[in-house]
Design a protein around this ligand. Structure first.
Ligand SMILES: [Fe+2]
Length: 488
């Protein structure tokens, strides 16, 4: 008898639809039911999908024709029998408000989850409390949703090599009760970072024929007598990781801007010359989001370094122009930090390792004078709020904020506090870090329109206690008067 081993996950939420994702332990049909009553006594059958071995028995049912800003209860079943009301109450999600609706909303974000102890789940229990206390609308998981290379803690006992290895690690991480509960109750938007494949991985040529990991990872694995195939990153291994990433994180995402070849048959490929990537956009009320894929086309070759490919650059530029005046709040979601530099950064795995592209993005923001723009990021295993003052070509001042929340549960980077380097890449004039957080946490962003439009960013620890907060009044007309108050 088939069983749902992961999920349900609610993803791809918009004003009129959502995606319900699940993964079973063998081939089966998966049926989706929704209703307005918590016990689903009014359940309607809304679709089914076959969970087959091709996708590791994972699949998604897309919901459409839903009402905006409306709460729906739902369940996924593996047979055709409608849900029993006495088994309720069932989990629920709320659809997004219509585009342009300026009601206040709050959402959470964070990254990096490598559970080693049962108490590492506490961060998700805290986030669930927060959800109930203030009606969080969704959360963003900004990468390192698994640590495929952490052989001592990934549940597998080795570095992942095959698609089934990667799938096993997703199962290990995502079946943690508090995380599973949260994914069923709070709509999620996800993007990968490096550890979904391997630590700080990258291509070594523009054709993406060979990949690599840093020398120190190879040295550490050699020291620990890991077998040869775990000490380098074959293209085959990237393909295996990609397949599992597709199944667990992309199936329920909003539509991709430019899907890679093979996506339509659930087998994304890495083809020479294919510009496909995993970036996507979505809107939520009066906020617009561009979720960047900073990994799939990353190249570190002797003759060239590249973070984003031309297709994603074009999409990002078009999005900035299109959203500039249409949405008061704009978020660029990047798994890696744009504005953070450190005195001892050997890996240079962030935007700082791609200085030309970092300048290009900052220049783009300055040239188009995009107000109300925020960067959301993770990755650093230390959270922060950074304020950057950009000078436009007309001499105007524009403020760009970077909010970082990381990790949910992972080793803390205790040195981040001391090694921060306030490096201001042109056209940034001044850079200021408002706070740094060096314990597990998640971030909450609140958007308000009354009495004054603004954005706040608050960081909470695993006990749901606020640690720091900044408040940014929304810049009307392109410039900003700043009021940011770090709190103890
Ligand atoms: Fe991480």
């Amino acid at each position: 008898m088939a069983e749902l081993v992961l999920g349900p996950v609610v993803g791809g939420v918009h004003a009129h639809g959502a995606k319900l994702w699940g993964r079973a332990d063998e081939q089966t049909m998966m049926y989706a039911w929704i209703g307005r009553e918590p016990d689903l006594s009014d359940a309607q059958y809304v679709g089914a999908t076959l969970l087959s071995a091709d996708t590791g028995f994972a699949g998604v049912v897309s919901l459409s024709d839903l009402q905006p800003d409306t709460r729906y209860h739902y369940t996924l079943t593996l047979d055709e029998t409608p849900p029993h009301p006495q088994s309720g109450p069932y989990p629920s999600f709320r659809t997004a408000p219509e585009e342009g609706d300026d009601q206040p909303i709050a959402f959470a974000f964070g990254s990096c989850f490598l559970p080693r102890r049962p108490e590492d789940d506490a961060i998700f229990t805290a986030l669930d409390q927060r959800r109930l206390e203030e009606d969080l609308r969704f959360w963003l998981l900004l990468g390192d949703q698994i640590y495929a290379d952490a052989w001592d803690a990934n549940g597998l006992g080795r570095v992942a090599l095959t698609a089934d290895d990667y799938r096993a690690i997703y199962r290990h991480n995502w079946s943690r009760p508090a995380l599973r509960h949260l994914l069923a109750h709070l709509p999620a938007y996800m993007i990968w970072d490096d550890h979904e494949v391997d630590d700080d991985w990258h291509w070594t040529n523009l054709d993406r024929l060979t990949a690599d990991i840093p020398w120190w990872d190879k040295a550490i694995r050699w020291w620990h007598r890991r077998p040869r195939e775990e000490r380098h990153l074959s293209r085959k291994r990237v393909r295996a990781a990609l397949q599992a990433y597709w199944e667990h994180q992309v199936l329920h995402a909003p539509p991709l801007l430019h899907p890679p070849e093979g996506a339509d048959i659930q087998r994304p490929q890495i083809l020479m010359g294919d510009e496909g990537h995993f970036g996507y956009t979505f809107t939520y009320g009066n906020a617009a989001f561009f979720v960047l894929d900073t990994r799939f086309h990353r190249v570190k070759a002797p003759e060239q370094r590249r973070l984003l490919n031309p297709a994603q650059w074009r999409a990002l530029e078009n999005w900035l122009l299109a959203m500039r005046d249409r949405f008061p709040f704009k978020f660029i979601v990047s798994s890696i930090s744009l504005l953070s530099d450190s005195w001892a950064d050997l890996a240079r795995d962030r935007w700082n390792g791609f200085p030309d592209e970092r300048r290009r993005l900052l220049h783009l923001i300055a040239a188009h004078r995009v107000p109300g723009l925020f960067i959301l990021t993770g990755d650093l295993h230390a959270g922060h709020a950074i304020r950057a003052e950009i000078r436009t070509e007309d001499g105007e001042r524009l403020t760009l904020w970077e909010f970082c929340a990381s990790p949910f549960a992972q080793k803390i980077n205790g040195l981040a506090r001391y090694l921060w380097r306030a490096h201001a890449p042109w056209p940034v004039r001044r850079l200021q870090r408002l706070f740094v957080v060096d314990r597990p946490h998640f971030g909450v962003v609140r958007l308000t329109s009354e009495p004054q439009p603004g954005v706040s960013f608050t960081v909470y620890d695993a006990q749901n206690q606020p640690l720091h907060q900044v408040w940014v009044p929304h810049p009307m007309g392109g410039t900003e008067s700043l009021l940011a108050e770090p709190e103890p």
